[in-house]
Design a protein around this ligand. Sequence first.
Ligand code: ADP
Length: 163
Amino acid sequence: MRVLYPGSFDPITLGHLDLIERSARLCGGVVVAVLQNPGKQPSFPLERRLEQIREATAHLSGVEVASFDGLTVHYARLCGARVILRGLRAMSDFEFELQIAHTNQSLEPEVETLFLATTTRHSFLSSSVVKEVARFGGDVGHMVPPGVARDLMRLFNRGNPHG
Ligand code: ADP
């Protein structure tokens, strides 16, 4: 089974990575796809986000990294995925995710949405929380892959205290 894991990944966090690792073990292949959303001004350009994901998933087999625009269900069909993977952290994610899943089901009944619950140690993580911490000089080493931590330091002009 091939699954599509779509998201903004602005940037990828250890929560995202945990989901990718677990789904790669469960499924035959995972396509991690960065949505080019014209309505959102990202902190990292698309190419940088793709590189961050490639670097963070280099140790995994069966993981592809791609980008797409338009509807997720259309892209799922294009890349031959019958399943869209999404992560659930808390009840607050649930309502929104359920609405998207129902919308996608109405558009493309053949494509299923699969939810994986986050591991508890990553349940507080989101791309925006990570950026907020980095912006004010907090340590994000336990929240994001090392390459992303460096990018965040650069983004917020924090330099690298570890050289
Ligand atoms: P989007 O803008 O599509 O919500 P995100 O990059 O924020 O994109 O998230 C992509 C997916 O990853 C979503 O399903 C989200 O619920 C999930 N996710 C985000 N953070 C975590 C985390 N810490 N643990 C597990 N899943 C997560």
